[in-house]
Design a protein around this ligand. Structure first.
Ligand SMILES: C[S@@+](CC[C@H](N)C(=O)[O-])C[C@H]1O[C@@H](n2cnc3c(N)ncnc32)[C@H](O)[C@@H]1O
Length: 187
């Protein structure tokens, strides 16, 4: 069922179906990004060896695992579901990636993002808007934010790329924190 969902539904559709069960801490239901899209998101972010990536709403850990295995990065998976945190932690240990990946069971709205070079998001536009004050507060000018399918309200993307995966066209948004001063001047 999960594979079927991943292949054929978008997050917006699943969210509207699940809207009545949404609590105030919920930024999006669990729906994994296709692996080919994950790899392209990290390429678009120009994630480098030794940099630190935060995935806000880490799901099954595919972004943090790809960041560590394919890009040689350190990664922090932030996830509100205890069950997903437990299974990610088991997976990370089984893959011998404990020295590169940390899984934290916490609300992404409450995380100090100061160490992040790259932040990845696959949430809703309204959830991105809720995270925006913290991204602006914590991220350094060299940091990049990559968001799948949902843009960041009020920010101008430095790049938007369409990617085909599972017979769907997905959109990757790239934001450079160094451009944020220009956004506020333009208001
Ligand atoms: C659409 S999934 C994305 C999973 C993964 N990032 C990916 O791209 O494959 C969104 C994830 O965010 C998690 N989530 C929702 N609200 C959250 C919150 N407030 N803090 C941390 N994680 C949250 C959900 O449990 C779910 O696993």
């Amino acid at each position: 069922m999960r594979a079927y969902l991943a292949g054929s539904l978008t997050l917006a559709f699943v969210c509207s179906a699940a809207a009545q069960q949404f609590g105030s801490e919920d930024l999006a239901p669990y729906l994994p990004s296709p692996q080919a899209v994950v790899e392209r998101m990290l390429e678009v972010a120009q994630l480098k060896q030794g940099e630190t990536l935060y995935d806000l709403g880490a799901g099954d850990g595919r972004i943090v695992i790809t960041a560590a295995q394919k890009f040689g990065a350190n990664a922090v998976g932030v996830e509100i579901s205890e069950a997903l945190c437990k299974s990610m932690t088991r997976k990370v240990t089984a893959l011998n990636l404990d020295s590169q990946i940390r899984i934290i069971h916490v609300n992404a709205l409450k995380v100090d993002l100061t160490p992040a070079d790259v932040v990845t998001l696959y949430l809703l536009t309204s959830s991105n808007a809720r995270l925006r004050p913290n991204l602006e507060k914590y991220l350094k000018p060299t940091a990049r934010v990559v968001s799948l399918d949902f843009g960041m309200p009020g920010w101008k993307a430095s790049k938007m790329e369409s990617v085909k995966a599972d017979r769907q066209t997905r959109t990757i948004y790239l934001y450079q924190m160094s451009d944020r001063a220009a956004d506020s001047k333009g208001k």
